[in-house]
Write a protein that binds this ligand. Sequence first.
Ligand SMILES: C[S@@+](CC[C@H](N)C(=O)[O-])C[C@H]1O[C@@H](n2cnc3c(N)ncnc32)[C@H](O)[C@@H]1O
Ligand code: SF4
Length: 464
Amino acid sequence: MNAPLHAPTAATELPPISDELLARYDVPGPRYTSYPTVPAWVDGFPEARYRQALQEADPELPLALYVHVPFCWSMCAYCGCNVVISKDQGRGDAYLDDLALEMDRVVDVVGRGRPVRSVHLGGGTPTFLTEAQLERLAELIGDRFLCEPTAELSVEINPSVTSLEQLRTLRSLGFNRLSMGVQDLDVGVQAAIRRTQTFDETQRFVDYARGLGFGSINFDLIYGLPRQTTRSWAGTLDQVLALRPDRLAVYSFAFVPEQRKNQRVLPAHELPRGREKVDLFRQAYKAFVYGGYEAIGMDHFALPGDELAQASRAGRLWRNFQGYTVHRDVETIAFGSSGISDIGGVYTQNIRPLGQYHRALEAGHLPVARGLALDLEDLERRDIINEIMCNLHVDLGEDGEVRFAEELAMLAPLEADGLVALDGPVVRVLPPGRLFLRNVAMPFDTRLRRPGGAASAERFSRTV
Ligand SMILES: C[S@@+](CC[C@H](N)C(=O)[O-])C[C@H]1O[C@@H](n2cnc3c(N)ncnc32)[C@H](O)[C@@H]1O
Ligand code: SF4
């Protein structure tokens, strides 16, 4: 039962997937960046409950801080993030005033002593902020929290709107990791998604960042974008390999035009779907694994020396709202509009519209829009789902076969299809199952099966 559990998932190539298999498993389903997933959260979640969670959270646990900067200069047609389009950098000052208020209010409750293991600036486009605004943001954080000396300070970067001066400023403020949006380097695909970024520009940027001493560089890529073909994608993969980032996130394109109006301008008839789309991921998987990367979780890759790869090999990879992480027992406090916190057994999401977010702060509130207090069952299922999504293996424990009999029965067809191996209470994902991790996790999502849960499943992107 406790045989070598991780090795079989480390295939150098993913086998072809038949149309029958695809027809069975390509369904709407969560990406499980959280469990319970956001549609299960409650609108109007009481601010007092968030305050209580902040108060009662274990003071020994380190913190991960997330700061959301919602502004972008223009809207990318594929984007599924919470953004505010603006050309007025002055809005950054007002936003920083709000962040200061929010941080003060949180620090009043949690105190100043909690060690911070990581800070992540996400967006939107954090470098919408000027250098002076970035300095002020770093000061807001530094004045209120105590960063550990080895803290991971990372920032999401869109290279085409980030100056080398901004990069230098970020480095001088202690930022040591970059996550760069690359998506696809093919000119035709870039025209379709309305985002232009040349290879030379990207290379110059990476070289400069390395020269400044950024220790880890991640690229975000997306497969399943309009006009992507095996040929165009091969070109992108070659160019990416030439730049050799430390980490890669290769996201499945979430096409949800009902929810994201900006996606309606995409040429939908040119989207690779079904087997075509899966094959793009298989192609990337093969290119990166042969190129010396290790496959991590559902859709990430890392060089063997990277701590994400080390954690994955040791079966102790974990996940938070920003993606895969090596920090497991860490609680997240998010600041800024739409930011998501995960602390003291409670998830909360801040108000998204900037005006409302500002008014809530001005009126003396913590700007909570929705949230959920997890019960014991949620906490247990969250761990199970995270093990599957991160480590591709879960041991349901001594009486697991009895307690999770229904879930194991739901996994039996996946075993028959060669996606998982079931051994008593142990679920192990087999190489083809890596393409269907969301489907492997879904039987453990009892909230999806509750009345109304299936309807909410339709709100998710498709699993393939
Ligand atoms: C929050 S965005 C911020 C990135 C940064 N503003 C940029 O554009 O480079 C982080 C990443 O989410 C991914 N992403 C955005 N929209 C997506 C979608 N509809 N489907 C899949 N991935 C998406 C992209 O890879 C993007 O780099
Ligand atoms: S992809 Fe990045 S730059 Fe483009 S709209 Fe989304 S957050 Fe803004």
